[in-house]
Ligand binder design. Structure first.
Ligand SMILES: Cc1ncc(COP(=O)(O)O)c(C=O)c1O
Length: 444
């Protein structure tokens, strides 16, 4: 086989395997010929052959590119327009805020200002519990947005929910102690709990949130109750006020700890939220866990805990062993961003966008005949389905749609099947319609 054909075949294979993505610029024939030790015309001939076959396109001075057209023609396995490239989220991908709407210019400005004005002391290791400035900004935010009264000493900055959980359990748990967890509930935290030798005790969640009576009946000896009261993950219901009081009474009586995961309560579109457990925590049994992953962006890897005053010294001791791993510059930037009012403005703007995007997705799914479960807030949707949701989700995943099966979030509970999906990165009504259509197509 002539050398130019060998080169053409190699390129074609790389494109077919997805190693060379549509839109990728190829090296100039001069560079390539030098690299390969062949004449320039050999490379030119290889390119020409692939251009003729539609694999490559030439764009004058700009060079030779892998054809964009391929993106539109790929099999349903990599859906048109939404192909999961590194810089675009997969369609319906959960756990992500709207990446297109984060005010990156403001963030860069705030960080740049910090970087220029940092003192030499800022180059040293920061406070093991987190920067004072950020902890104060979180205190101010929680007071206004969640009616939680606390002191900066009670706030501990961590690098995410898993790190928060490890800090809690290493401070408070003994091996073999038990923890109520919501069933269905967020699956990714379970291995973290299990790794700390704490026993998972599944308690059903229903239309009023975690069934506290069932927890007391089945696992009265539990030392921890982990739950998402504002907006149960994934069902989206709120823990009723009666159950909030029942849970607090149990925790006080049993000397157990409640871990309130308030991961996305910023996003509520109707009505007033119920008060967080932490704001009702007269007995000092609640550990509140917040995160910036949904309200800002997950790559920030910044979350926080508010612990009871009585436990501050213990948490501090434990935190000193690992020290806060969020860089000081990040924390200071975040604190400035909050203090300058950008955080509030961003949340307000995102609530409007999410309400809109949710409505686009909800309507588009309904038009395609899906039954969307009504929810008060949050950044995901659940579609109720009959039969085996795993089989359906497998089909959708094969079509490149990053939906999840509700039954995968269950531990022992049984019940209605569901498809979980996120709408945050749905940027227009048309995109919602196309996405809903693709889902319908994948499932039939
Ligand atoms: C239920 C729940 N809690 C907490 C988190 C936050 O995790 P992190 O702060 O590690 O991003 C998530 C993120 O997806 C979540 O779904």
């Amino acid at each position: 086989m002539p050398r130019y054909q060998q080169i053409a075949r190699q390129l074609k294979t790389a494109i077919e395997k997805g190693e060379l993505k549509p839109g990728t610029r190829l090296p100039s024939s001069r560079t390539w010929s030098q690299e390969l030790g062949v004449s320039r015309s050999t490379v030119e001939n290889a390119y020409a052959e692939l251009v003729a076959q539609g694999w490559l396109t030439r764009r004058g001075q700009a060079g030779t590119f892998v054809s964009e057209q391929l993106r539109l023609e790929t099999s349903p396995a990599t859906p048109a327009v939404f192909a999961g490239e590194n810089d675009t989220p997969q369609l319906f991908q959960m756990g992500l805020p709207a990446l297109d709407l984060f005010p990156r210019d403001i963030w860069a400005r705030v960080m740049g200002r910090r970087l220029r004005t940092q003192t030499r002391f800022d180059l040293a290791v920061g406070d093991v519990c987190g920067e004072r400035l950020l902890r104060q900004a979180i205190v101010d935010y929680l007071r206004v947005s969640r009616s939680i009264e606390c002191l900066p000493e009670q706030v501990f900055i961590t690098s995410g929910y898993a790190a928060s959980m490890m800090l809690i359990l290493r401070t408070l748990a003994k091996p073999g102690e038990g923890m109520w967890v919501e069933d269905p509930g967020f699956p990714l935290i379970r291995p973290v709990v299990a790794q700390e030798s704490v026993v998972l005790m599944p308690v059903a969640a229903d239309a009023d949130g975690l069934d506290v009576s069932a927890g007391i009946r089945d696992y009265p000896q539990a030392r921890f109750a982990l739950l998402t009261p504002a907006h149960q993950s994934p069902l989206g219901v709120a823990l009723s006020l009666a159950r909030r009081h029942q849970l607090l009474e149990w925790a006080d009586r049993a000397q157990a700890w409640i871990i309130e995961d308030d991961y996305d309560s910023e996003f509520r579109y109707h009505g007033k939220p119920l008060p967080p457990l932490k704001s009702l925590d007269a007995p000092q049994r609640v550990i509140y866990a917040g995160t910036f992953s949904k309200s800002l962006f997950p790559a920030l890897r910044t979350a926080w805990l508010v612990v009871p005053l009585t436990q501050v010294a213990h948490f501090r001791q434990q935190a000193a062993l690992t020290a806060c791993s969020v860089p000081v510059l990040w924390q200071q930037t975040l604190a400035d961003f909050m203090r300058d009012g950008h955080f509030w403005r961003h949340l307000k703007r995102m609530r409007q966008h999410y309400a809109q995007r949710r409505q686009w997705m909800d309507s588009a799914l309904t038009e395609q005949g899906f039954s969307v479960v009504p929810q008060e807030g949050g950044i995901q949707l659940v579609i109720a389905v009959a039969g085996d949701d795993n089989a359906l989700v497998r089909k959708a995943n094969q079509a490149g749609l990053a939906v999840q099966a509700l039954s995968r979030w269950r531990i022992t509970s049984t019940g209605q099947g569901g498809i979980l999906l996120s709408f945050t990165n749905i940027r227009s009504a048309e995109m919602a319609q196309q996405a809903a259509y693709q889902l319908r197509l994948a499932l039939t």
